[in-house]
Design a protein around this ligand. Sequence first.
Ligand code: PLP
Length: 425
Amino acid sequence: MAKLAILGGIPVRDTRLNPWPKWPVWDQNEEKALLEVLNSGVWSYNGPKETEFNKRFAEFTGTKYAVSAANGTVTLQMALEACGIGVGDEVIIPGLTWQATAATILDVNATPVLVDVCEDTWCIDPKEVEKAITPRTKAIIPVHLYGSFADMDEILRIARLHKLYVIEDCAHKHGGEWNGQKAGSIGDIGSFSYQLSKHLTAGEGGSLTTNNFGLYEKLDALRNCGRRPEPASAGGADKGEGVYFDAGNFLQSGNYRMTEFQAAILIEGLKRLPEQNAVRDTNAIYLNTLLAGIPGVKPMKRDPRETKEAYFNFAFRYNQEEFKGLPAPKFRAALTAELGIEVAASYIPLNKCSLYAPLTKPARHKLSEAYWAAIDPARFELPVCDHIHFQGSACIHHKILMGTKADMDLVAAAIRKVYDNAGLL
Ligand SMILES: Cc1ncc(COP(=O)(O)O)c(C=O)c1O
């Protein structure tokens, strides 16, 4: 039996000789576009690159309007504000997500309500959403996590029944499709992140998508110090008359703008995205068939309604009982050593996440004793999220899906090797 790399053996993949595909991806087109921006002197907002990117991204997502912004955190905050969500309102979100999904709700003085996720997709559980609805609920933020899709049919059904906004957190889902509809075009607003790890990136950045002109107007103004949208800023879409911005109407806001440099990179990245998503999906489908043959690991559920998949991470489920009781952190460490790429746990549930700590900011969040108690993350119980994070998850950056079928064979071989040696760890 081959000795495990973590115990001094030879790794399944020697990444010095055989590195994983690189991320981010760029070529002379980005170089040219960046120089064009540099030489133009138009470096800030509402320039030709941003206008073009907004137009292309709206087309790509099948929405009427796209607005660019500084990152995928402020996009969520703006989405909430555009929907008029604030003091006294509750927003239901999954307990398993990046802290920004919750923190931005606090930033508009509303209350994040954390609910559990589905064991097989790790996305928000519609049954838990229904249980959490109160007269104060104003919105649901489903997060399409890693490579999974939240059940948008159920989310929309619930939202319509209770007259709630749906803000899709698509930070992991650029290009994914549910029933033929692109992520970000299904709910009222889609929010995207272009942070460096994401599968469409400008280092930092974000977008908002919507089909609703009234929401678009507010989003565009919110990103730009409250200014009324300029005619060109929706990428040339026909906007007709203003809905929100009647004479004398304006919005208090800040500067959440994207630069022309980011937009220039995104235009080029977006051209590659469909092909990259297809490669990742082909590899993921193949790798999942291999995983299905290894005891103790299980692919994520792929719903037949996911007509196009997009991956931020390749994730799978782990069962320590079948690995001779090997705890998940040890499994991931051994697999990391074999593959030469980090195999991480899922996000930590937000009721235990040190980066989601509303009670560290009394000067900002202690609006009243009742609000202070309502935003305490410890009041929520999230047993499925706990199981996933502490015992049942393995997540690897999407770049492992950008290589060849032989690369997928190596991933499966590495998991099998850890399985065979589990008793030695
Ligand atoms: C699910 C989710 N939502 C929101 C964000 C925030 O995006 P950004 O890092 O661009 O602010 C992230 C970033 O990792 C994320 O993973």
